[in-house]
Design a protein around this ligand. Structure first.
Ligand SMILES: [Zn+2]
Ligand SMILES: [Zn+2]
Length: 175
């Protein structure tokens, strides 16, 4: 049965060197986050698969996989966007790596407890798109009138010259 897992006790598995396990019943909590000034909601928990193997010398090689659907506004048209982000992250951890960051996971403590929630949060952050869009070819909003161009269609355009009253304002500023 799946259960909410903020952490995972690696030592409890009592694996010997070369042994591995796949854990598939993890419900890992995620926090909402901000991107480009907008707030994006994530599911409270995501179903994650954790592959782990015990290395020679007692370290760990870990792989975490899950996918999460975001919920927030499209950055072009402000309509709802719900992109699905797939995460496939790996960590290697040796107990006596001498502080080498390549071989020391920040998510595993001295008692071999894995910070699943922290790892999932950071791994998701690395996979986020630079722009969240409702669809890849979102047409965005009309820069002149602000209408949603996805709904208005390609024939929407403005070919009138700018309102002549603005010229008056410009003239005033010069004086
Ligand atoms: Zn859009
Ligand atoms: Zn327009």
């Amino acid at each position: 049965m799946s259960q909410r897992a903020d952490t995972f006790d690696l030592a409890r598995l009592a694996l010997t060197s070369g042994e591995g396990r796949r854990i598939t019943d993890l419900e890992v909590p995620l926090d909402d986050f901000e991107l480009g000034g907008e707030r994006y909601a994530t599911p409270d928990t995501v179903a994650a698969t954790l592959d782990l193997s015990r290395m020679t010398g007692g370290g760990w090689a870990l792989r975490l996989r899950f996918s999460a659907t975001l919920d927030g506004p499209c950055m072009r048209c402000l309509q709802s966007a719900d992109p699905e982000i797939a995460v496939d992250a790996r960590e290697v951890h040796e107990h006596d790596a001498g502080g080498d960051p390549e071989l020391t996971s920040p998510y595993i403590d001295a008692a071999d407890v894995l910070d699943l929630a922290g790892w999932a949060r950071d791994a998701l952050a690395l996979e986020l798109p630079r722009q969240v869009l409702c669809r890849p070819d979102c047409a965005g909003l009309c820069p002149v009138c602000g209408e949603d161009l996805n709904a208005a269609g390609p024939e929407h355009h403005h070919d009138r010259a700018p309102d002549p009253r603005w010229d008056v304002l410009r003239d005033l500023k010069l004086n």
